[in-house]
Design a protein around this ligand. Structure first.
Ligand code: ADP
Ligand code: ZN
Ligand code: ZN
Length: 736
């Protein structure tokens, strides 16, 4: 073969393909597909990283234009055939460049960190003799030599610090042929937490036994629906153990927020140094090194968030996705991959098991157990514990009884009780996706767009209500359309306000607050949790940061301050998000001996997501949710493509959005694509840039993608709108 096809790592669509390069003679025997190489690229012949994708005997490029490969980066394959196929699949599925996908699959090469070890040069036949001369002549050299026995190898740095010397005596001994220095590669970012004692394996519960058996006999991916505290992690540990026994490897995905020392230690104490982890706070070098360890087979288990799905194991036995409902599994920048979909693809390519676990499975995943695509495994009981008791507080009644506080009387009494008994309390305020909706404090009625069944957003400057799905706008009513009460207004409360009120009501309580303001500094997140765990505070007030995964034995009371905040966000997923949050945050209560209690405050006490969460009744919630999705044609019954247009001129942005809509209309002759908007985006202005969005719905993902990409291209070629930027997102995490 004369030429290699090289994909150069240049992030531009125009060069997102393989180029022909001459293979120089010295590389002929070494070069394989999937290796990382350096090539000259572009007019300046810049030294550029690239991947060998294939070979060829011929090239259509003129001979004198062809350049030779410069050298090989690592002398082993970075990309297996399967990984190259995965990149191709991703690039197609997530409408991104092949290069962007390769960046995910193989992290950018960082330099390697080496360290030197010193040992006796036992190959030298005159060694003894030389040692004896050297010991006589130099005190420093003698002290060095006294550290060594025949098979001892000591890091260079240790010798220098033990003896407080510089390199000179060691170099002299090397020169004399007495010592030799060997270079080793050191891996940055390896787990170096406390080596926890090997924990004893608990005897499995009946539910755990049954579920493990089911998962191991099942060919399909399995959705493990287990209530909080049902022992899902123990199930994962046993499944992994079996996979390791077969000489295979395991990937465990957990949301970044749940990647606590507690979680990691459970794995490390069972599997020791064969476990590694990745997370977003690691440096490029650390990530590259751990990735390399996996590629070289030095570890068998990788734990990490979304990106850990790309761990280069070539003999994957199982991929586990914990808290599978978490939106963080979907990337919010290009390539907008979904780790659950990538995991499914990988499990098919490698014949690996796929397990998705959650106490609150996503509607999309659970629906797949209905259609038979996934198998369902269930654990309905906590290990040796009962579920916490949940009470709903109807805030309309509080108003009627002249209680204007943010706390219902029942919650207030429960907090007081808990303080008296020396137990801890979590107060939870969900502000995720929060937008200013308008509701009636007397009857709970929420102003909702009749076309989209999505709540109106209040626009303060115009005093208008705007539907951010279809763009419809109405004036703010002065009376509730349902009961006529004048108490109809927008909803606003924050964690600080809650904190102030707690301090006012319970002056002796020790209070911690955890939200984006109090966790800006490094480690502040962990510090707050540690303070709470150690019992130095009575009440923890927080946002969704505290909803998941925390296991505090002394917490017996959880208060959800305003379930309406998530219930009334202008997103078709508000019911799902509310059910998940209430269930997850309730799961923090009563994990040890004492029973847990939960109070949910709301103006919508009959909403299915609240009632079902109270009754711990996932199935009824799912039935309501799925029928709503079916009627309104929301996922999983359709795909939703968001087109976002932004510019620094509002009129220009509106014009552009209308033009885009006209183009979309023109190419929608068969009327198979449903369009909503243009409408202001959820956040209609950021940094003085105006944002408008259009939503396109269609059942067929492939057709929808082709159609939207075609129309966006047509729009982008227009000269009038050069200054308007367009971005697109298919089924994004949050409404844009
Ligand atoms: P989940 O992940 O479902 O919320 P965990 O795996 O964290 O639940 O288990 C909850 C608690 O029960 C943990 O403290 C765990 O150590 C304990 N546990 C799990 N399985 C068993 C078992 N078979 N016997 C005794 N304790 C168990
Ligand atoms: Zn009303
Ligand atoms: Zn609407």
């Amino acid at each position: 073969m004369k030429y290699a096809l090289i994909q150069v790592s240049v992030p531009h669509r125009n060069v997102d393909r393989a180029f022909h390069y001459i293979i120089p003679p010295e590389l002929k025997d070494k070069l394989t597909v999937g290796m990382r190489v350096y090539v000259p690229f572009g007019s300046g012949n810049r030294r550029t990283e690239g991947y060998v994708l294939g070979f060829s005997d011929t090239s259509e490029v003129e001979q004198d234009k062809l350049k030779p490969i410069l050298d090989i980066h690592e002398e082993y394959r970075i990309l297996s055939d399967k990984r190259i196929a995965l990149a191709a699949w991703m690039s197609e599925k997530y409408y991104s460049t092949f290069n962007e996908c390769l960046y995910c699959i193989a992290p950018k090469a960082a330099n390697q960190k080496m360290f030197s070890c010193v040992s006796l040069n036992t190959d030298n036949p005159r060694l003894e003799e030389l040692i004896a001369s050297a010991k006589k002549r130099s005190i420093k050299q003698r002290s060095v030599l006294e550290l060594f026995t025949s098979d001892r190898e000591i890091p260079l740095g240790h010798i220098k610090s033990i003896l407080d010397i510089d390199n000179a005596p060691i170099n002299a001994l090397v020169k004399k042929g007495i010592l030799k220095i060997t270079q080793y590669r050191t891996y940055r970012g390896s787990y170096n937490g406390p080596a926890a004692p090997a924990n004893s394996k608990p005897k499995l519960t009946e539910e755990q036994e049954r579920v493990i058996e089911l998962i191991q006999s099942e060919k399909r991916p399995v959705l493990l629906h287990g209530v909080t505290g049902s022992g899902k992690t123990e199930v994962y540990l046993r499944l992994i153990e079996n996979v390791i026994k077969q000489g295979k490897q395991a990937i465990v995905l957990v949301p970044e927020i749940s990647l606590t020392p507690q979680t990691v230690e459970r794995f490390v104490s069972r599997f020791g140094e064969r476990v590694s982890l990745t997370h977003s706070k690691m440096t490029e070098g650390e990530r590259y090194d751990q990735w390399t360890r996996a590629a070289k087979g030095e570890i068998d288990i990788m734990i990490g968030p979304r990106s850990a799905v790309f761990t280069p194991f070539e003999n994957i036995g199982i991929i586990i996705i914990d808290e599978e409902h978490e939106s963080s599994y979907k990337a919010d920048h290009s390539p907008r991959y979904d780790a659950r979909e990538v995991a499914l693809k990988l499990s098919q390519m490698y014949g690996a098991k796929l397990v998705l676990g959650s106490a609150t499975p996503s509607v999309i995943s659970y629906y797949k157990t209905v259609t038979g695509e996934y198998a369902l495994a269930e654990m309905k009981n906590r290990v040796n514990k009962s579920m916490p008791r949940i009470d709903i507080c109807d805030m309309r009644l509080e108003l009627a009884n002249r209680n204007y506080s943010v706390f219902s009387r029942a919650l207030k009494a429960a907090i007081a009780d808990n303080l008296k008994n020396g137990k801890q309390t979590i107060l939870f305020l969900n502000r995720r996706g929060f937008s200013t909706f308008v509701s009636c404090r007397k009857c709970g009625y929420v102003m909702t767009c009749d076309r989209c069944n999505v709540n109106y957003t209040y626009h303060r400057h115009t005093n208008n209500l705007v539907c951010h799905y279809c763009g419809k706008s109405i004036a703010l009513p002065d009376k509730c359309p349902q009961c006529g009460s004048p108490f109809i207004k927008y909803f606003g409360t924050g964690t600080e306000k809650i904190e102030q009120e707690v301090i006012k009501l319970f002056p002796s309580a020790r209070v911690l607050r955890m939200d984006t303001d109090t966790t800006k500094r490094k480690n502040s997140h962990a510090n707050i949790l540690e303070t709470f765990r150690s019992g130095k505070a009575d009440i923890l007030i927080g946002t969704q940061m505290i909803a998941k995964g925390l296991d505090f034995p002394n917490v017996t009371l959880v208060g959800v301050i305003a379930a309406d905040l998530s219930l009334n966000m202008n997103d078709y997923r508000s019911g799902e998000i509310t059910y998940n949050l209430i269930t997850q945050v309730s799961g923090r209560a009563g994990r040890a001996e004492d029973d847990g209690r939960v109070f949910i405050q709301t103006y919508n006490p009959t909403h299915y997501s609240i009632v079902c969460a109270k009754n711990n009744d996932y199935l009824s919630y799912f039935k309501e949710e799925i029928s709503f999705r079916r009627i309104m044609k929301y996922p999983p019954f359709s795909n939703v493509f968001y087109i976002l247009l932004t510019s620094d001129n509002e009129e220009k942005t509106i014009n552009a959005a209308n033009t885009m809509a006209a183009i979309l209309n023109k190419f929608n002759r068969s009327k198979s694509f449903e369009r909503l908007g243009p409408a202001p985006a959820v956040i209609s202005k950021i940094n003085n840039k105006y944002r408008y969005r259009i939503i396109i719905k269609c059942e067929d993902e492939e057709r929808l993608k082709a159609y939207v990409l075609y129309c966006v291209n047509a729009f982008s070629s227009l000269k009038d709108f050069k200054k308007v930027s367009v971005s697109i997102a298919l089924n994004p995490n949050y409404s844009i």
